[in-house]
Design a binder for this molecule. Structure first.
Ligand SMILES: *[C@@H]1O[C@H](CO)[C@@H](O)[C@H](O)[C@H]1NC(C)=O
Ligand SMILES: *[C@@H]1O[C@H](CO)[C@@H](O)[C@H](O)[C@H]1NC(C)=O
Ligand SMILES: *[C@@H]1O[C@H](CO)[C@@H](O)[C@H](O)[C@H]1NC(C)=O
Length: 508
């Protein structure tokens, strides 16, 4: 196949079966075939660096190697392992009902191949998974785990929904299995709404709050609702790592989690309830779980209560309004509260704020927007980055709210095949190599053209890692990478217009 906007032939060393759509090219997978990402071997001989490329011209995590040289070319970029920044928590996506609904529409062999794309050794090896506590806007219907029985303060009628058993639990278990020998999967729970009887308007739509006083029975009961969720999932052999107290305040089912609400609820109810439960006592508690534009004020207000601040582990952030607030606010918050981790827990293209609506098949710009966000945020103390739905249909659903968006993998529900988009490969440039425990380090860059940016890190086993993104239309950037204090070892790579390049080499 000839690639869009280019006379070059689509490269497919890893077996990508390209299919062209008006917006770009996807790699097609079915029950018997899916392209693998070539693994990085444990040992890289000194004198050599491994390179992975994804590009508009058609590279999709294509692996090659390059000889290191004693002399640089024109520009040098210096990796400085003596300046160590944050530890990586991981990368991942969300086990939404919609992800499971779309997986269920495929035959078993195809489902298995799709799950391997995200969690297997030949895929992007995600290490984080977000699990909605009951329904999201990407569910078949709205539900919570304790509705229809009146005011059930003791959670006697709490029960997981059929939706959990059909759409989430089987795939979460499969993901845990696939990641077992590979560092494990950290799961994060997040509710969209409390049970409806706890809300001031008794309905599921946004705008409401929890009923009654901050120290009243609704608040205590809502904390027990969280505990019941984690206990019920543990019964299914699914342990969790973290929890955010409330997904973003939006137009669908929600409550408005002001900083005052958050700090009182966390301090007086959620933290004590979790710590009293065997299933939940070690969970990391995160606040905000909403747009970067709210981050500075939310954090300042939350931090006015020192006791609440002491039981908060991290702050989770979504990407949808990033253009309204510079990434430097992340560094400001980090500098004020260095002990709190910052984690991006939701992002997608195709939402009303991102320029497109719904699915844009093969769109390379959508991939670039992921790479730009990850590099910029990780260079401002963010510890990890999570996508939203892992699989949607060609319309961008299922979504009862008809809030259709895009996803790195799109399922052709009636054809037993799925498409891997550029966003999928972009995630892999980071998730496959920056495992939990990797460290972002300083990378001193030469003056680079606009829209060229880079990230430097040390992998868990000590390998050196640099990813460079070039979003220019024409400029082809060539950089010689070297490590501070290591003489006469340069890795020279070119990063042509609209390409993403990851370079990995052994520590000297
Ligand atoms: C799956 O895709 C491969 C590669 O395009 C093709 O050769 C094979 O026939 C397809 N299998 C099915 C069952 O359609
Ligand atoms: C590709 O996606 C970007 C947003 O990620 C959007 O601005 C652009 O219009 C899309 N291109 C096409 C051809 O739809
Ligand atoms: C980019 O520059 C390098 C080094 O000069 C060259 O080898 C490569 O062919 C160029 N790539 C493109 C796409 O122009």
């Amino acid at each position: 196949a000839v690639f869009l906007n280019s006379s070059r032939i689509f490269s497919n060393p890893s077996g990508c079966v390209p299919r062209e759509f008006p917006d770009g090219v996807v790699c097609v997978c079915n029950s018997t075939h899916c392209d693998d990402i070539e693994p990085l071997e444990g040992f890289i001989a000194p004198g050599t660096a491994v390179v992975y490329r994804t590009s508009l011209q058609g590279a999709r995590m294509d692996k090659s190697s390059v000889k290191q040289t004693p002399k640089p070319s024109v520009f040098t970029a210096e990796l400085d392992a003596s300046t160590v920044f944050q530890e990586i928590l991981g990368f991942g996506g969300a086990f939404t009902d919609s992800t499971g609904i779309n997986l269920n529409s495929l035959r078993k062999q195809t489902q298995d191949l799709l799950m391997q794309q995200y969690f297997g050794p030949s895929g992007s090896e995600y290490t984080l998974g977000r699990v909605p506590i009951a329904a999201t806007d990407f569910s078949l219907r709205i539900y919570t785990y304790d509705d229809g029985f009146g005011e059930d303060f003791n959670m006697e009628h709490f029960a997981l929904a059929n939706d959990d058993f059909q759409f989430k639990i089987p795939y979460i278990k499969q993901a845990i299995d696939l990641q077992k020998s590979n560092g494990g999967l950290k799961l994060i729970g997040a509710p969209w709404t409390p049970p409806f009887w706890m809300k001031t308007d008794d309905t599921f739509k946004g705008g409401a709050m929890l009923k009654g006083e901050q120290d009243g029975p609704y608040y205590a009961s809502y904390a027990q609702y969280f505990v019941k969720f984690f206990e019920s999932y543990l019964v299914e052999s699914i342990p969790f790592w973290g929890v955010t107290i409330q997904n973003e305040a939006a137009d669908w089912h929600t409550i408005f989690p002001t900083a005052t609400y958050a700090r009182n609820f966390i301090k007086n109810h959620l933290s004590p309830a979790l710590r009293n439960s065997e299933a939940a006592k070690n969970l990391k508690i995160m606040g905000l779980d909403d747009q970067r534009v709210y981050l500075p004020q939310w954090t300042d207000e939350f931090a006015e209560d020192k006791e609440a601040l002491s039981v908060l582990d991290g702050i989770s952030i979504h990407w949808y309004a990033d253009h309204q607030q510079p990434a430097s606010v992340l560094t400001d918050v980090h500098d004020k509260h260095p002990e709190k981790f910052l984690l991006y827990t939701e992002a997608c293209n195709g939402s009303p704020t991102s320029g497109t609506k719904g699915v844009s098949l093969g769109n390379y710009t959508s991939g670039e927007s992921y790479a730009h966000s990850i590099i910029e945020n990780l260079n401002n103390w963010v510890s990890g980055w999570m996508d939203w739905n892992m699989a949607l249909n060609t319309q961008g659903g299922y979504s009862w709210f008809m809030n259709f968006v895009d996803s790195p993998i799109i399922v052709e529900t009636n054809k037993n095949e799925f498409f891997k988009q550029p966003m999928y490969y972009v995630m892999a440039h980071f998730s496959k190599f920056l495992k939990p425990g990797s460290r972002v380090i300083n990378l001193n860059l030469p003056p680079l053209p606009e829209k060229v940016e880079a990230l430097g890190a040390i992998m868990v086993d000590g390998k050196r890692y640099v990813t460079i993104l070039n979003r220019n239309d024409v400029e082809n950037v060539t950089v010689s990478l070297h490590e501070k204090g290591v003489d006469k070892v340069y890795t020279t790579v070119s990063v042509p217009a609209h390409s993403l390049v990851t370079v990995i080499w052994t520590k000297y």
